[in-house]
Write a protein that binds this ligand. Structure first.
Ligand SMILES: Cc1ncc(COP(=O)(O)O)c(C=O)c1O
Length: 406
């Protein structure tokens, strides 16, 4: 359930200035009843404003389409939003993770603990950087890495060099506990914040906790650039290496355009993407507030049913990239909602260690009961900011009817 006490705060610098803290009892009043209802109700509905279109037109007229000042400006603004020194823009979230792992110095064969209950990109990035993903189980309430299980894995192996927690569905992983573990064992931490723009723990935004953090700007995310990603960090050495890595290992300090000091990739963001991202960043507080209001609306109306609604631990600020319920009747509920034209998603039915692409990875043999059980029971409902109140009532009625008319 949403914790109302700790989340009365509103976003500051780029706050649209409307509404109040989510999770209150006033969800009805705060949802704009004039928003058009859409049937069917989609699971995601990215919103691009006329301003974003205008900014893209300016870029197209200017003709500087690839890397350039627009990308530098977006990097600065997004890093400031996260409370970090530097941002390095990338082509997508996967390349952000890969570049960050290279930038912290991951070497071939190094092992990194991550979550098995995530989009496959979290673990793929470790493999792409030459490392071995080692899976620890998740906490069944938060769906994020369970620090106690991370300790168990660390006690069993002596080749772990880092931890890559995932802030799943918009809820931060337990960063204070995971950072303590990492500090005690001298491990790096890279946050996979691809689903959690603006999420917080004790007032600190995700991205501020690890050696680096990585974001995705895919269209369904809390803010988008079309395709795009970002590494944010306070470490100058990591920022320099990541910036170089995404630019074919170029010497970023020198004046020579074609001096390459390390192996790298072309993982650069385009100026068109950055232009969209800058406008979306101005609106992310508004988007997150709408997501939280939508989540509170569901919490209030679904809490008495035989399903689990999302948890928001004290001190955490969830940004509801997904509103994910859990029930052992998941498949039938998904079927009912599909018949009622309510879009749903299962993120993720097959945990990463059970994916066919992981058959050859030795650590895929692990038994991770909580991740496997979650894969059988979770279902995400539409929570995006474009939902009208009527859309939400359609969702609530369909879910309630499923459980009450059986
Ligand atoms: C948790 C997580 N990690 C990584 C990624 C990869 O981001 P992208 O799709 O932008 O490459 C995603 C995106 O779906 C994600 O949800």
């Amino acid at each position: 359930m949403t914790d109302t006490e700790t989340n009365a705060e509103t976003e500051t610098s780029i706050d649209a200035g409307t509404g109040s803290g989510a999770g209150t009892d006033t969800a009805d009043a705060e949802i704009d009843p004039d928003r058009e209802a859409t049937t069917p109700v989609p699971i995601a509905d990215p919103e691009l404003s006329a301003e974003a279109v205008g900014r893209v037109e300016s870029i197209l007229e200017d003709g500087r389409l690839a890397d350039g000042p627009e990308v530098r400006a977006f990097e600065e603004e997004f890093a400031a939003y996260c409370g970090t020194e530097t941002g390095v823009a990338t082509a997508n979230g996967t390349t952000a993770l890969h570049a960050a792992l290279e930038a912290v110095g991951l070497e071939d064969g190094d092992a990194v603990i991550t979550s098995p209950f995530s989009f496959v990109a979290s673990a793929n990035a470790i493999r792409l950087a030459g490392g071995t993903p080692v899976f620890a189980d998740i906490d069944p309430e938060t769906y994020t890495l369970d620090p106690a299980d991370v300790e168990r894995v660390l006690d069993e192996r002596d080749d772990i060099v880092g931890i890559l927690p995932v802030h799943l569905y918009g809820l931060p992983a337990d960063m204070p506990a995971l950072c303590d573990i990492a500090d005690a064992r001298d491990l790096f931490v890279i946050e996979d914040a691809c689903q959690a723009h603006g999420a917080k723990i004790d007032g600190r935004r995700v991205g501020e906790f690890g050696d680096a953090a990585c974001f995705s700007f895919y269209p369904t995310k809390n803010m988008t650039t079309g395709e795009g990603g970002m590494v944010v960090t306070d470490r100058d050495d990591v920022a320099d290496r990541a910036a170089s890595y995404v630019n074919h290992g170029r010497d970023m300090s020198g004046t020579g355009s074609y001096d390459h000091v390390a192996l790298g990739h072309n993982y650069r963001m385009t100026s068109v993407a950055a232009a969209i991202g800058r406008v979306q960043l101005e609106r992310v507080a508004e988007f997150n507030r709408a997501r939280r209001e939508n989540a509170a609306f569901y919490d209030e109306r679904l809490g008495d049913l035989p399903l689990e609604t999302p948890t928001e631990p004290t001190g955490s600020r969830h940004v509801y990239h997904q509103y994910t319920v859990r029930t052992d009747d998941r498949d039938a509920l998904a079927e009912t909602l599909s018949e009622r034209e309510v879009g749903t998603g299962i993120y993720y039915e097959t945990p990463i260690h059970r994916q066919p692409a992981y058959e050859t990875v030795s650590t895929a043999a692990a038994s991770l009961p909580e991740a496997e059980r979650a894969g059988d029971e979770v279902l995400s409902l539409p929570v995006h900011p474009a939902l009208s109140e009527r859309d939400q009532r359609t969702v609530v009625e369909a879910v309630r009817d499923h459980f009450t008319t059986q």
